[in-house]
Design a protein around this ligand. Structure first.
Ligand SMILES: [Fe+2]
Length: 227
C-alpha cells in the first residue's frame, strides 16, 4: 500500500491517494479542494483511480469532489447513506458553520452542488482496491454518516474526523454527538490492534496503541459533565 498525503484547504485537511503497489489501482480519500497536484500525482504514477471515498460530507473533505469527478469521470463516488444530506448541502455549509458571506470567496469556500454519489456504502462492507481490502465501518458522532476505512493486512485505519492524534473530532456541528462519537471510536477503532497506524483527517498519523494509552478523551482523563 502506498499512501500519498496532500495537505489542503485553510483547514489543513489530509487528502489522500491510497494505491495498491502491485496493481496500480487506487482510491482518493477525502478530496478537500480542487488540486492539480493530486490529479498530477495520479497521472504521473499511472494509477487507476477506482473511487473517491468520502469519510464524511464536511466541506474541507469534499470540496474537491467535483474536480476529481471532472478529471476522473469513471471513478465511483462513495459515501454513507446517512451522510448524503450533509454532502448535498455543500453550498450551504459555510454559512451553517458560522462563516460570514463576505469571507467565503477569500477563503476559497464557495461551492456549487457536488456530483451525485454513485452508490452508498454500508457498515461492514468491503471495498477491494487491487490487493487492498478496505473494511467500511460506520462511525457516527462527528457527523451522522461518518465512516472509517480499515485495512487489516496493512495494519492501517483512515479515521477522517473521528479520531486525531491526541484528540477527537468536533461534536458541536449539525449531526454531532459526543457520546455517540466516543462509542463509535471504542467500537470501531479501539477494537483494532495497537500496532495499527491511524491516518487522521487532519494532523499527523498516530497508532491505535498510542491513542489507547494517551488520548485524554479515551483514557477517561477528560470527561465532559463530571467534576
Ligand atoms: Fe469534519
Amino acid at each position: 500500500m502506498i499512501v500519498k498525503t496532500f495537505v489542503l484547504t485553510a483547514f489543513q485537511q489530509n487528502t489522500r491517494i491510497v494505491s495498491c503497489e502491485k496493481t496500480g489501482k487506487a482510491i482518493c480519500i477525502d478530496p478537500g479542494e480542487p488540486s492539480a497536484d493530486v490529479a498530477g500525482y495520479i497521472r504521473e504514477n499511472r494509477l487507476d483511480l477506482q473511487a473517491v471515498v468520502l469519510t464524511h460530507g464536511h466541506l474541507d473533505h469534499v470540496g474537491g469532489t467535483t474536480f476529481m469527478h471532472t478529471e476522473f469521470p469513471d471513478a465511483e463516488i462513495l459515501l454513507h447513506k446517512e451522510e448524503e444530506g450533509l454532502y448535498y448541502a455543500l453550498p450551504q455549509q459555510p454559512l451553517a458553520m458560522g462563516m460570514s458571506p463576505h469571507q467565503l470567496r477569500a477563503l476559497g469556500m464557495e461551492y456549487d452542488d457536488p456530483p451525485r454519489s454513485t452508490r452508498s456504502v454500508e457498515h461492514g462492507e468491503t471495498l477491494d482496491v487491487g490487493d487492498l481490502r478496505f473494511e467500511i465501518r460506520h462511525c457516527p458522532g462527528h457527523t451522522l454518516g461518518h465512516i472509517v476505512l480499515a485495512e487489516q493486512n496493512e495494519r492501517a485505519v483512515f479515521t477522517g474526523d473521528c479520531l486525531f492524534s491526541g484528540t477527537i473530532g468536533r461534536t458541536d456541528l449539525p449531526g454531532g454527538d459526543y457520546e455517540r462519537l466516543i462509542d463509535s471510536i471504542e467500537k470501531n477503532v479501539m477494537t483494532l490492534d495497537d500496532d495499527f497506524t491511524v491516518m487522521c483527517g487532519h494532523g499527523p498519523d498516530t497508532t491505535v496503541g498510542r491513542e489507547r494509552s494517551g488520548n485524554p478523551f479515551l483514557t477517561g482523563l477528560y470527561q465532559i459533565g463530571e467534576a
